[in-house]
Design a protein around this ligand. Structure first.
Ligand SMILES: Nc1ncnc2c1ncn2[C@@H]1O[C@H](COP(=O)(O)OP(=O)(O)O)[C@@H](O)[C@H]1O
Ligand SMILES: [Mg+2]
Length: 336
């Protein structure tokens, strides 16, 4: 898994060969074919045409902020704060021609509230192939960095991997899932890349995006959401300022946050802490409907209610928030 980044030439070759039935494999031949084709079409540059077949890193490509906004509003349920902050963070960063540091987002909240889901949407809006893109990299702590004794090795590998990929594509996206299960030492290794340096060993990291996902802080976020609920206040009235300070201090002091004493927080290297609120019964129902729609089924409200009622909710007394968010909706739907 630690190979240097591929540039997608294999894909380009494959497509061109099937389209034009060219029986040669040398890049030169394909290059000439592309050149000829672009001369024929006239208006397409070599690069444009090449990028139709191969995935290209388009660093200067702007973010379609209104498309991202629409997509988040349509698909992400019950997360008005996350929607707002993610939009603001990405638009600001992508509109800035000379960012002083890479963008670092830290997403926090209960399991199944949409952190991975949002990362996927963000990734797709930055590189159209999303998680399948050669320029988007997902690390899962328990999968990629499981052994505490091997931290030194992971640090070296991670540095090499990030350096290689950012050299190949400055606007690379790195997602670290399960930060709460990551040894802080591992993330220490990438600290220099996240800082305000113009270059580190000849590579500039300033256009890269780092997204950290963690359940840490989920309890604090839930507590505040619950306070609002008990006070009869609307969920949508919860503001970032109600959560952000609690969150960054709370996460910093939480030994299981992965960011704990990693120096990312005390050096202010995290640009945005993004809270994910626990999901209510009505949001779970929305997830069920979305899943049914995605499967092409007609929405049967009886099934929606039945599936939603199979989920468990907390706190015990009030049963407001889903224990697993929308996480088990897909598998439960299989039984109906
Ligand atoms: N807020 C949400 N809005 C819409 N769908 C959601 C939301 N939260 C979770 N889901 C659904 O549940 C699945 C699991 O959520 P996921 O994003 O993996 O949760 P986590 O916060 O633990 O990363 C997602 O793939 C998505 O289909
Ligand atoms: Mg997750």
């Amino acid at each position: 898994m630690w190979r240097a980044a591929r540039l997608g030439r294999g894909v380009a070759l494959g497509l061109l060969l099937t389209v034009h039935a060219v029986a040669a494999f040398e890049p030169m031949t394909v290059g000439i074919a592309i050149g000829a084709a672009s001369a024929l079409t006239g208006y397409l540059s070599y690069k444009d045409l090449y990028c139709r077949f191969a995935e290209c890193c388009r660093e200067e490509q702007r973010l379609n902020a209104s498309a991202l906004k629409l997509e988040l509003e349509k698909k992400l349920f019950g997360q008005h704060l996350a929607t707002e902050v993610i939009l603001k963070a990405l638009t600001g960063f992508k509109n800035n021609k000379n960012p002083k540091k890479p963008l670092t987002l830290s997403l926090h909240g209960w399991a199944g509230t949409g952190k991975n889901f949002v990362s996927q949407i963000v990734a797709e809006n930055l590189h159209s192939k999303g998680l399948k893109s050669n320029f988007v990299h997902l690390f899962v702590s328990t999968l990629h960095f499981p052994h505490e004794q091997q931290i030194k090795l992971y640090q070296d590998q991670l540095q090499g991997w990030i350096r290689g990929n950012v050299s190949a594509c400055a606007s690379s996206v790195f997602i670290f899932d399960e930060m709460d299960k990551l040894h802080p030492g591992v993330i220490d290794a990438i600290k220099p890349f996240l800082d305000y340096y113009e270059q580190v060993d000849g590579v500039s990291y300033r256009k890269a995006i780092f997204i950290f996902l963690s359940n840490a802080g989920g309890d604090l976020i839930t507590k505040i959401a619950l306070d609002f609920w008990r006070a009869g206040r609307k969920r949508e009235d919860i503001q970032l300022k109600d959560l952000e300070p609690v969150l960054s201090v709370g996460v910093f002091n939480n030994k299981h946050s992965g960011l704990w004493h990693s120096g990312l927080i005390d050096r202010n290297l995290i640009d945005y802490f993004i809270p994910f609120l626990p999901l209510e019964y009505r949001h779970v129902k929305m997830c069920i409907r979305a899943e049914m729609r995605a499967r092409g089924s007609v929405i049967d409200e009886d099934i929606v209610t039945r599936v939603a009622e199979e989920m468990t909710f907390f706190p015990k007394s009030e049963k407001i928030y889903s224990d697993k968010g929308c996480k088990t909706v897909q598998s439960r739907l299989d039984f109906h």
